[in-house]
Design a binder for this molecule. Structure first.
Ligand code: NPW
Ligand code: ADP
Ligand code: K
Length: 535
């Protein structure tokens, strides 16, 4: 079973929080107490022996949560030092600050304040949360650099950091964090923990978010009924955002179960034959184009397309004779030949781009796209597309574009520029925004690759897959395999967004199971095990 969780933007989160408080059934103070209790609880779970903690409290409600954490850890026997900003917080945070002030002191949240005093076992970052309106500057930026950065010896200044809702300075909508050191290598560090409230936000999963957050825990603070009502009543369901992952076990987050994988394993066998599992056509390139299309074709076969035909031009056909023998091969020299082949309506999915050659891809796309076939466009097909507005205009809802960052920039230069721009205000424009805008613009599913893959459909639905734990997947040919897997799923009858999502997940999981040392050829061989585990 494929599972995931709903992802909310910060604006949606604020709307839900307000709706909950407006209902009169819960107060802001109660929500803050629950939030602080969740953080303190996870600290105690991870470090059961009470030690020394420094809690850094900002000017808003995130700071308010920090004062709750301080109080609860003090009650549990921890030695607590609190540094706070001097601003007048809102009423709930002011109340929590006051309750702490009855127990202990509050030092100034300054660099000197942070450096003075004994070293703590744990630092709690409650400076900014969803209320961050712009990148932090000045002294607060220096404090954040110290919390999340390394010293000259490479060791972290603050060895164990627990972020309340998010690492302060991270834009929770985009994963951008211009004021923070990138924290490379901290992913999964046992010393880095983020306790987010209610739902993950995009910024926890994309951009610098995963590196800065470390382990992500999503704590339920009792907002589920308002979340359901709020999102449903605004008709937001069709554009909801989901994260898919087999690996992050987010204990308290609401799980979404996609029943997608059922259809791969279980069939009413009596009525099935190979053609009911689809026929995928992989359009390969001329002589000496390498093995890219072969990687795609093998993957399409492994994922369960009933038949897969690999189609290079006649003069390259001998180069494509290597196993697997289950692959069919036929020469397709040009657009006319392709037109003839596509008279066979049983060919229901195509993969074009890997090792295809740009000119050949352009010529074949001109025939392929008007047929409305499920089509994955990768590599050379994306370059061909970026050079020909006519082809771009011929894209349709059964197309899936699978660009990496460079290909995306060639296809949608204005959107790539917006993603790259240094933000001056939050929410910053993100990779997710760009993929969504691109999908709406071209009318096809856009799967923008990277350690964080975002998949967007033209109707606004989007999925995020965060794979920062498998850097060895960045290997030559891995993208060709992904294109083949998705093509196979299209042949099997999956809708484009589902085929792209499930394909991304299976591809990553294959890499995860294999481990370091992976080459692209290994991915397809891991697919059967991934399917067994998902079933
Ligand atoms: N979701 C939930 O259900 C619940 C959420 N809760 C918690 O509330 C948090 C959100 O709280 P929040 O809205 O008060 O915002 P928060 O992040 O504390 O910061 C706002 C303050 O920062 C300031 N400020 C902003 N940018 C700045 C900058 N660059 N540099 C300097 N200052 C800057 C800004 O001032 P201004 O922009 O007006 O200058 C304002 O004073 C949320 O993350 C969670 O922890 C729980 O308590 C309860 C349940
Ligand atoms: N750092 C990384 N961690 C995990 N996965 C990655 C990383 N970088 C790239 N990937 C994934 O590896 C694959 C690489 O695809 P692509 O860039 O098209 O490579 P190629 O053209 O060599 O096949 C994509 O699925 C992408 O999402
Ligand atoms: K924080």
């Amino acid at each position: 079973m494929l599972t995931g969780t709903e992802v909310l933007t910060t604006a949606q989160m604020r709307a839900i929080e307000s709706a909950a408080m407006a209902s009169g059934q819960v107060t802001g103070l109660e929500l803050m107490e629950r939030a602080g209790r969740a953080v303190a609880g996870h600290i105690r779970l991870r470090w059961p022996k009470a030690g020394c903690v420094t809690v850094l409290c900002g000017p808003g409600n995130n700071g308010g949560d920090g004062y709750v954490v301080a109080r609860l850890l003090h009650r549990a026997g921890w030695r607590v030092r609190v540094l706070g900003t001097e601003n007048m917080p809102g009423p709930d945070a002011a109340e929590m600050k006051q309750r702490w002030a009855e127990i202990g002191g509050i030092g100034p949240l300054t660099e000197r304040g942070l450096q003075g005093g004994p070293e703590s076992d744990v630092y709690v970052d409650a400076i900014f949360g969803t209320g961050l309106t712009r990148p932090p500057e000045g002294e607060i930026a220096s404090i954040l650099a110290r919390i999340f950065g390394r010293g000259g010896d490479g060791a972290y200044h603050c060895s164990r950091v627990v972020a309340v809702d998010c690492p302060s300075g991270l834009c929770m909508d985009s994963g951008k964090a211009p004021a923070l050191p990138p924290g490379r290598g901290t992913f999964d560090s046992p010393a880095r923990l983020t306790v987010a409230f209610d739902s993950p936000k995009p910024g926890h999963l994309i951009g610098l978010g995963p590196m800065l957050c470390g382990e992500l825990i999503v704590a339920d603070i009792g907002l589920i009924q308002w979340r359901e009502r709020n999102l449903a009543s605004r008709g937001r369901r069709p554009v909801r955002l989901e994260a898919i992952w087999p690996r992050f076990d987010i204990p308290d987050a609401r799980r979404i179960e996609f029943s997608l994988t059922d259809r791969l394993g279980k069939h009413p066998f009596a009525s099935q034959h190979k053609y009911s599992h689809g026929h995928a056509l992989v359009l390969a390139g001329g002589p000496a184009k390498g093995g890219a299309a072969r990687l795609s074709a093998r993957a399409a076969l492994r994922i369960g397309a009933g038949l897969v035909t690999l189609a290079p031009p006649q003069d390259a056909l001998p180069e494509y004779s290597s196993p697997p023998d289950a692959l069919m091969r036929r020469a397709l020299d040009d657009g006319d030949a392709l037109r003839g082949a596509l008279d066979d309506t049983r060919i229901n999915a195509a993969c074009i781009g890997p090792g295809c050659g740009i000119d050949r891809a352009a010529a074949l796309l001109a025939v392929l796209l008007p047929t409305g076939r499920g089509t994955v466009l990768d590599a050379d097909a994306l370059t061909a597309l970026s050079q020909d507005p006519g082809l771009m205009a011929a894209l349709h809802g059964r197309c899936i574009l699978t660009p990496h960052g460079g290909e995306f920039a060639r296809l949608f230069p204005d959107l790539a520029e917006k993603v790259e721009a240094t933000p001056s205000q939050w929410p910053a424009y993100s990779k997710l925004d760009a993929a969504r805008e691109a999908a709406a613009r071209c009318g096809a599913v856009v799967l923008l690759k990277g350690p964080d893959t975002v998949i967007a459909a033209p109707d606004g639905r989007a999925r995020i897959h965060s794979a920062f734990d498998i850097p060895w997947l960045a290997t030559a040919g891995a993208g060709d395999v992904l294109a083949g897997i998705i093509t196979g799923l299209l042949a099997r009858g999956f809708q484009p967004l589902d085929a792209a999502s499930l394909g991304t997940l299976i591809h990553a999981q294959a890499a995860r199971l294999f481990g370091p040392g992976l080459i692209a050829d290994d991915l397809s061989e891991m697919i059967p095990q991934v399917l067994r585990d998902l079933a």
